[in-house]
Design a binder for this molecule. Structure first.
Ligand code: NAD
Length: 487
């Protein structure tokens, strides 16, 4: 059976490339190629820029409330097509349908809805200066680029396009080459909703196409989601014409569980923050510090629930709650980390192996894994694994655990479990991370700005400030009096 070949999406429709070059996309749960995608070659790249220029001219000239109406139509279409879109995400990523059905598409739609609502509310200021005055306008940047990771492909495309488009920019989006289809479906939906051609184009490919976007002189901003190392390369490219950047990068986030915590709730958070989306979430709390007086109780419940409540298998089965890792290569990297944990003296509480479930025997599965007896210098405790590998570390003293939690170059997320409200806030305020949770973990509503401290990122996604980051301020000084000139 011949597999479908998809094309780049430029100026309102699929566009064939000139080179005929394609890449293949594999279903991580079966190991089988499921479709091919055309690469954005020179021809596509040129067309995408020309189209974005035209799209920007039309889109930016529309009244914000008109843009808002079109975006809201797209939100309705996203929700109406939830099941079909969720299925695409499952086949591309290997994540369970029970997640994709209620998170990926819907949280993407929520963010577009949020920014659609804010678009007409953007206002400038006016201020007198003596008899003169000035006013400010918030103008769009122009053509922006989005580059996405593979873990939440459609959601990332929505989180970048929502604010960029609401502010009146055109966006050229490049999804990860591992998961390229969702963004094409989003583009179709935007066009169905009445968006002008060229306001949202999708180009396909890997690092080379990403670098082209970063270097193109007509692109004003790059919003990137991916690894820290790639983020640095994106910034170097963006420096070529001083593009604005947003960087949503990796993490190695701590969760601190105090002796007065609700232990079951803390176990729920640790499991969500390590095993949801089979551990492939940037904010995961992969370093779990547990007070020594409740350490054993915590481990007992964690082991029981991990071994009894996780259902691994075909991600399309609605009963499965733990899917396959994105690729064979990534699975091997995660297994290598597990070997290094063992070699450096950590002890496995549970997991630690690859899996071959009966319903998906050829998928890239690694068991939910918990290491205990960890210390702060182990590679598994220091480096982002981006898989289902949790390290649990005992602690005794509040000041000391804050120091240990902050001893990393990363600063994406952090969590505290304590029923003592003063302690919970006192500790959270000292953690160097951009997204923090108290007695909760992982929630990320559209209204809440998210992004990293230190090397975990620059700028924010979601929340009001993100809309501002897709605009530039124009100050207009108006002379009402005669110019006072010495000439
Ligand atoms: P990655 O850095 O390998 O790739 C991300 C994107 O960058 C892909 O589209 C890729 O094609 C592109 N790319 C690769 N090399 C490039 C280059 N030299 N120039 C321009 N673009 C290039 O990341 P990944 O493996 O897709 O995703 C996993 C990483 O993403 C993890 O580190 C994770 O923590 C991070 N992540 C962060 C967030 C966040 O919001 N902070 C969210 C999701 C994922």
């Amino acid at each position: 059976m011949s597999l479908p070949i998809y094309q780049n999406f430029v100026h309102g429709k699929p566009l064939a490339n000139a080179s005929g070059e394609t890449f293949s996309v594999t279903n991580p749960a079966t190991g089988c190629v499921i479709y091919h995608m055309e690469v954005a070659d020179d021809f596509i790249q040129q067309q995408a820029i020309e189209s974005a220029k035209q799209g920007f001219a039309v889109w930016s000239a529309m009244a914000p409330i008109e843009r808002s109406r079109i975006l809201l139509k797209a939100v309705t279409l996203l929700r109406d097509n939830n099941d079909a879109l969720a299925r695409i995400e499952v086949l591309d990523t290997g994540k369970p349908i029970q997640e994709a059905n209620c998170v990926d598409v819907l949280t993407g739609a929520d963010v577009i809805e949020y920014f659609a609502g804010l678009a007409p509310a953007q206002v400038g200021t006016q201020q007198p200066v003596g008899d003169d005055f000035f006013y400010t306008r918030k103008e769009p940047l122009g053509i922006c680029a989005g580059i996405g990771a593979w873990n939440y492909p459609l959601q990332i495309a929505c989180w970048k396009s929502g604010p960029a488009l609401a502010a009146g920019n055109a966006l050229i989006f490049k999804p990860s080459e591992e998961t390229p289809l969702g963004a094409i479906k989003l583009a179709e939906i935007f066009m169905q909703a009445g968006m002008p051609a060229g306001a949202f184009n999708v180009v396909q490919g890997a690092a080379e196409v990403g670098q082209w976007l970063c270097h193109h002189p007509d692109i004003e901003k790059v919003s990137f989601t991916g690894e820290v190392g790639t983020g640095k390369k994106v910034m170097m490219g963006a420096a070529s014409n001083l593009k604005d950047v947003t960087m949503e990068l990796g993490g190695k986030s701590p969760l601190i569980v105090f002796d007065d915590a609700d232990v079951s709730e803390a176990v729920s958070a640790a499991m969500l923050g390590n095993f949801y989306t089979q551990g492939e979430i940037c904010t995961n709390c992969t370093r779990v510090y547990v007070h020594k007086t409740i350490y054993q109780t915590f481990l007992n419940e964690l082991k029981t629930r991990t071994e009894n409540n996780i259902v691994v298998g075909d991600p399309l089965d609605p009963n499965v709650n733990f899917g396959a890792l994105i690729s064979k290569q990534h699975k091997q990297q995660v297994l290598n980390f597990i070997e290094s944990g063992k070699a450096q003296g950590a002890k496995l509480l549970t997991g630690g192996t690859e899996l071959s479930p009966a319903s998906a025997p050829n998928g890239y599965f690694v068991a939910p894994t918990v290491f205990i007896d960890c210390h702060d210098e182990m590679d598994i405790v220091k480096q982002e694994i981006f898989g289902p590998v949790m390290s649990v570390l005992p602690f005794e003293d509040e000041v000391d655990v804050i120091k240990r939690a902050n001893a990393t170059d990363l600063g994406l997320g952090a969590g505290v479990f304590s029923l003592n409200i003063q302690r919970a806030h006192r500790v959270i305020h000292q953690l160097k991370a951009g997204i923090c949770w108290v007695n909760s973990y992982g929630n990320s509503p559209a209204e809440m700005p998210v992004g990293g401290y230190k090397q975990s990122g620059i700028g924010r996604e979601n929340g009001i400030e993100t809309l501002n980051s897709y605009t530039q301020n124009k100050s207009v000084y108006v002379g009402m009096t005669k110019i006072d000139s010495p000439f």
